[in-house]
Design a protein around this ligand. Structure first.
Ligand SMILES: [Zn+2]
Length: 161
């Protein structure tokens, strides 16, 4: 995959597209590099399954789908900021969903053609960890919907409002 593959493809997607795992290739040109054994030591089983093996967690049974507090969502693998509560919205899918990010440099994407669909897989640009998928049926003004696994995120609540 090259940088030219970053453009999200146009596609007609349903929210159920989130529920399928991804078979996109793991990025290798990342700044945070660990061996599989090292990742297993630093991540929980569920985090490892999602981040390193492109797994998907069940909807409505994950940590942040209904989280409404103000704060930042960091990569559970390497800690870089990815999303904020300001862009979070209730998509009804049962996964934490965001219509935008203030950290575009930390979020990479690849085309995922598994299951006969063209989807945009999104991952942490720093450690390569799988986050979820990006769809184009989100709310205005961006029309984007980042459908992200809670296991890929660490939420840090704002200290004061
Ligand atoms: Zn990361």
């Amino acid at each position: 995959m090259t940088e030219d593959d970053q453009k999200p493809p146009r596609s007609e997607e349903t929210p159920s597209g989130c529920s399928l795992p991804s078979n996109a290739e793991m990025k290798s040109d990342v700044s945070v590099k660990r061996t599989e054994e090292e990742w297993k030591k630093t991540l929980s089983e569920e985090q490892f399954r999602v981040l390193r093996n492109h797994g998907t967690e069940p909807p409505f049974r994950n940590a942040y789908w209904d989280e409404k507090e103000a704060g930042k969502y960091h990569c559970a693998g390497c800690g870089v900021p990815l999303f904020s509560s300001e862009e979070k919205f209730d998509s009804g899918t049962g996964w934490p969903s965001f219509f935008d990010t203030q950290e575009p440099e930390n979020i990479g994407s690849t085309q995922d053609t598994s299951y006969g669909m063209i989807r945009t897989e999104v991952h942490c640009q720093q450690c390569g960890g799988h986050l979820g998928h990006l769809f184009e049926d989100g709310p205005k003004p961006t029309g984007l919907r980042y459908c992200i696994n809670s296991a890929s995120l660490e939420f840090e609540r704002d200290m004061q409002k």
